[in-house]
Design a protein around this ligand. Structure first.
Ligand code: HEM
Length: 391
């Protein structure tokens, strides 16, 4: 994980279906294979062991398909197959649909400029955390109904707990107590207030009924908010800051983008996401046999989709290790594909675009302190947590 790209290339070229015996898991590394597998919606690939199972889960070898978990206590909904997965997901999705997301433009622009008002006079700050981190965490507070003063704490909590050590892995489905201490009180408050829809996510979860007619407990409902809590906070700041760094490293490209920030940032943004989206992999467990490149995978075995390898697959993107701000990108796997496709995709694109535009509008010249930038080890993500910038 210190430098995964050369390994991905060997996997793509020589072992596109690489079997990891101790985890009874196949690693897929080519764009086309991952696109096909994640796009398969006939129930062959499910997330019944989670989309990010821990090493402990993967070390347990299954001798057949893994059923959906019991309804109660209900784990994170991504572990269920259709229709429960989609039905719970729908409770959290209203604010993320394209039209709802587009209305957030002003709010994001105001937040970005408030941060820049505070940060630019300092001359030096952390582009990932102090700028994008606070803006993204404030948006997450808005979405979930948390006071926005908590944004710095939310950001720090998520940063501290998504750093995983080798051998440990991550398991977002098994929420850490720190997360629920923010989320459960939201549900408690909304239940006491009558859950009339004023808080779209919490109220929809409180009013949701499972197929057996039962409702979610406070903890169960809070657990379903995890993807927004973590997904909304983690990735956008790293992509925004890394993007500004890539552009700076290619002055001709930065100059071309600066010529028309409104038109060009949305184009550059796609290349930035392809080139540097931090999540490396997501997992699925097989429920039916599936053959790929002459290997038949059995029910109960898992696939790990190496998204970051797909993003550098020369079969999909010519000269993939070069950053080219306006390269044509017809397909992208960085937001996932198929059933679990990122729910925050429109918000994420808007946040990255606006934060880059506002920064470049107000900062004529900047320098990244590369020696002080840090990319901490993790078994899951490879992204720059800290990018000190001088303006
Ligand atoms: C550029 C930034 C982002 C990237 C690259 C990204 C990427 C992804 C990916 C790859 C998945 C799918 C995981 C899988 O297949 O197992 C995902 C799921 C998800 N993302 Fe994002 N994400 C980003 C930003 C956001 C934001 C801003 C939000 C919310 C505000 C968000 C909310 C979610 C949610 C809720 C899911 C889970 C969907 C489900 O399983 O129902 N993401 N994201």
């Amino acid at each position: 994980m210190a430098d995964p790209l050369p390994y991905y290339r060997v996997l793509r070229d020589e072992h596109p279906v690489y079997y990891v015996e101790e985890l009874d898991t196949y690693a897929l590394s080519r764009f086309e294979d991952i696109w096909t597998v994640l796009g398969n919606t006939d129930g062959t690939f499910v997330a019944s062991e989670g989309t990010l199972p821990s090493a402990a889960v993967l070390e347990r070898h299954n001798d057949g398909p893994v059923p959906d978990p019991p309804l109660h206590p209900m784990p994170f909904h991504a572990n269920f197959d259709s229709p429960i997965y989609e039905n719970v997901r729908r409770c959290t999705s209203a604010q993320f649909r394209p039209r709802a997301a587009a209305k957030l433009d002003d709010r994001i622009r105001t937040l970005a400029n408030e941060r820049l008002d505070e940060l630019l006079p300092r001359g030096r700050f952390d582009l990932t955390q102090d700028y994008g981190g606070i803006v993204a965490a404030t948006m997450v507070c808005d979405f979930l109904g948390l006071p926005t003063e908590l944004a710095p704490e939310v950001l720090a909590t998520i940063n501290a707990s998504t750093l995983t050590q080798p051998g440990e892995g991550v398991e977002i489905g098994n929420s850490r107590p720190g997360y629920l201490s923010y989320l459960t009180p939201i549900i408690e408050r909304r239940r006491a207030a009558g859950a009339d829809g004023a808080n779209p996510i919490a109220d929809a979860l409180i009013n949701f009924r499972l197929p057996d007619g039962s409702a979610l407990s406070d903890t169960e409902a809070a657990t379903q908010m995890l993807a927004v809590f973590i997904g909304g906070t983690e990735t956008v700041p790293k992509i925004t800051a890394t993007g500004l760094w890539h552009l700076l490293a290619h002055p001709d490209q930065l100059a071309a983008v600066r010529e028309d920030l409104t038109a060009n940032i949305p184009v550059a943004r796609e290349e930035i996401i392809r080139y540097s989206a931090p999540a490396q992999w997501f997992a699925r467990t097989l429920r039916r046999p599936y053959e790929i490149h002459g290997t038949t995978m059995a029910p109960g075995q898992r696939v790990i989709a190496l998204m970051a390898s797909a993003a550098r697959d020369e079969r999909e993107y010519p000269d993939p290790d070069r950053f080219i701000w306006d390269r044509p990108i017809e397909r992208l796997l960085s937001f996932g594909h198929g059933q679990h496709f990122c729910m925050g995709v429109h918000v994420a694109r808007l946040e990255v675009t606006i934060m880059m535009q506002e920064f470049l509008k107000r900062v004529p010249d900047y320098r990244i302190d590369e020696m002080a930038a840090s990319r901490p080890p993790s078994s899951f993500q490879w992204g720059w947590n800290n990018i000190p910038v001088e303006v």
